[in-house]
Design a protein around this ligand. Structure first.
Ligand SMILES: Cc1cc2nc3c(=O)[nH]c(=O)nc-3n(C[C@H](O)[C@H](O)[C@H](O)COP(=O)(O)O)c2cc1C
Length: 411
């Protein structure tokens, strides 16, 4: 018997011994022979759902409630990533690669987490990202989100394919809301949307760049198969865009989807000359594009992979943020989204030099938590939860503004 055989025989005996040990009763073998770290004394129990959003310990508590409250197809629309959902997961895993280096002996009794974004002051650097079809999650849809944005004085970005018009969102927010623009394949439609948003008082147009083909949403497709309802009965299946309020009065002329294959720098320059308010690009991942955007006089960018929903296998946004910030060299503000769930995630992006962080998934999830409750409570508290976390985190790290304190080792 070779030494190799001796080794594997004793290893097998050790594994058998450990498998029988009560210490490893919790599937430790599957975990590579180690108890989970941190040790799982108070596991999250998916059967014990929070009854009220204020009971949430973190934003992860919302998703199982949403799964219970929302029809499978709608839940699938929210939860899905593209293809294997590698990027969806990478967005979360990316944060582990960055560690904070806190400074001590700084007075943290007064914390200021307010943020200025393109000249407007907000109570926090947490922005409510654009999400389509919010009425799939709660009857009040984007109006509820606008009221939450008002309650927390957050910047809200309204989606082109929102179930609320830009006029109604601004009225509910009681302050200007940015408009996220899907350009569509026809310039006349693009122009119509821009003019409408500007007339409504949107101070910025954020063009989404990354929807260049229909995403393969397998999670969505599988969950939709389990949904016994007639989807077409509620919202049609072929007239997706014409039912969205932001398109009312605009001749769609055969345009039926948000997929855009003709969006190039030429179109961006044409838009730059058309748009009278601030002009933002959402969906930048390459530092070369960020530099071109700054060169072209774009007002701001959102570093985003659409939460891993449109392309799989692309970088996590936190991974590319440092090189993008380096390439832009402070010439325009940089916002970032995709996978932000905790105050420490937000702190890392701000410490790297981002101006603000946008959140989407958690907002959609929390809206649905109110579905099951009797009292209508229009203010999704996930932004306040995240704000509370980022405030605590800031207190832990430093008394100075995160964005200027540069707590990462390389800074
Ligand atoms: C349900 C849902 C709908 C979305 N709809 C849009 C949209 O209409 N336009 C857009 O630019 N981005 C849309 N996004 C992407 C978000 O704006 C954002 O880039 C991304 O989801 C942020 O990551 P997070 O969900 O992990 O916070 C959507 C995201 C979700 C979860």
């Amino acid at each position: 018997m070779s030494p190799h055989h001796i080794d594997s025989a004793s290893r097998r005996r050790l594994l058998q011994f450990l498998a029988a040990s009560p210490l490893f009763a919790r599937g430790a073998l599957a975990e590579g022979l180690r108890p989970s770290d941190p040790v799982d004394w108070a596991p999250r129990d998916p059967d014990k759902l929070i009854a009220d959003p204020t009971q949430a310990l973190d934003v992860f508590d919302f998703e199982p409630v949403m799964k219970k409250n929302v029809p499978p197809a709608h839940f699938g629309y929210m939860a899905t990533g593209a293809d294997d959902e590698v990027t969806l997961r990478a967005n979360r895993e990316g944060f582990r690669k960055f560690e904070l280096r806190p400074r001590r002996l700084v007075d943290v009794s007064k914390i200021d987490i307010s943020a200025e974004i393109l000249g407007a002051k907000y109570d926090s650097p947490i922005v409510l990202a654009p999400t389509g079809s919010n009425r799939a999650f709660h009857a009040d849809g984007e109006i509820a989100v606008a009221k939450a944005a008002k309650a927390g004085n957050h910047l809200q970005i309204l989606s082109t394919v929102a179930t609320t018009s830009i006029e109604d969102a601004i009225a509910a927010r009681g302050a200007p809301v940015w408009f996220q623009l899907y350009t569509t394949q026809r310039w006349e439609v693009t122009e119509g949307l821009v003019k409408r948003a500007e007339a409504a008082g949107a101070p910025a147009i954020a063009v989404t760049l990354d929807v260049r083909s229909a995403a393969k949403w397998e999670t969505f497709a599988r969950l939709r198969r389990t949904d016994a309802r007639d989807c077409g009965g509620c919202h049609g299946l072929t007239d997706y865009l014409s039912r969205k309020p932001n398109f009312t009065g605009i001749d769609l002329g055969g345009v039926s989807s948000t997929v855009v294959t003709n969006l190039t720098w030429d179109l961006i320059k044409r838009l730059r000359d058309t748009v009278k308010v601030r002009f933002v690009l959402k969906g930048i991942l390459a530092f070369e594009d960020a530099k071109l955007a700054a060169d072209a006089g774009i007002d701001a960018i959102v570093v985003s992979n659409h939460g891993g929903r449109v392309e799989d296998g692309v970088s996590a946004t936190i991974d590319v943020l440092p090189e993008i910030i380096g390439a832009v060299g402070g010439r325009m503000p940089i916002l970032v989204d995709s996978g932000f769930r905790r105050g420490s995630d937000i702190g890392k992006a701000l410490a790297l030099g981002a101006q603000a962080v946008c959140i989407a998934l958690s907002v959609s999830q929390v809206s649905s938590v109110f579905l099951g409750s009797c009292a209508p409570r229009p203010a999704p508290p996930c932004s306040s939860l995240a704000r509370r976390h980022s405030k605590t985190s800031r207190r832990r790290w430093s008394g100075e503004r995160i964005a200027s304190s540069r707590m990462l080792p390389e800074n």
